[in-house]
Design a protein around this ligand. Structure first.
Ligand code: OFO
Length: 171
């Protein structure tokens, strides 16, 4: 049976991950409205991955005999000033998620819950990758500046991103 405080913290994190998915779906819709299909695709894949992050916690909690509680998902923004602004907000959000994961690690260390500690290592690694991806795109967008040609080239690059369900990665 999982510790009650850890159970509650994981339920809160499920909500954070569901909000992440909602935020990126909203960004995908924003990019669709700009006609940037590649950016929209990238954000749609991100939306799908975030749902997997939530479901990985969901399944884990059940496996440990915990009780899943789904809380209200807050409304994400609908508009951003530019593609660069959207990605800056994405990075800011991911840094917030990294802090949430680190706080969870601190809690399970304090409670000596080795199994949850092991689970969280996957999220720690994932956050490194997510922040790096966002930083790379931000750097490119800054280089592109007001050049529409550059923006369309990046749009083509981001169109190539594909979704791989976690289950297919042997998780
Ligand atoms: Fe974006 O990694 Fe989950 O939230």
């Amino acid at each position: 049976m999982i510790d009650k405080e850890i159970e509650e913290a994981i339920n809160r994190q499920i909500n954070e991950e569901m909000y992440s998915s909602y935020l990126y779906l909203s960004m995908s819709a924003y990019f669709e409205s700009l006609g940037l299909k590649g950016f929209a695709n990238w954000m749609y894949v991100q939306y799908q991955e975030e749902k997997d992050h939530a479901m990985k916690f969901y399944r884990y909690l059940i496996e440990r005999g915990g009780r899943v509680k789904l809380y209200a998902i807050k409304e994400p923004p609908h508009e951003w000033n530019s593609p660069l602004h959207a990605f800056e907000e994405t990075l800011k959000h991911e840094r917030h998620i990294t802090k949430c994961i680190n706080d969870l690690v601190d809690l399970v260390e304090k409670k000596k819950d080795r199994a949850t500690f092991n689970l969280l290592q996957w999220y720690v690694d994932e956050q490194v990758e997510e922040e790096a991806n966002d930083e790379e795109i931000i750097q490119k967008l800054k280089m592109i500046g007001d050049n529409p040609q550059g923006l369309l080239m990046l749009d083509r690059e981001l169109a190539a991103r594909t979704y791989t369900p976690l289950a297919d990665e042997g998780e």
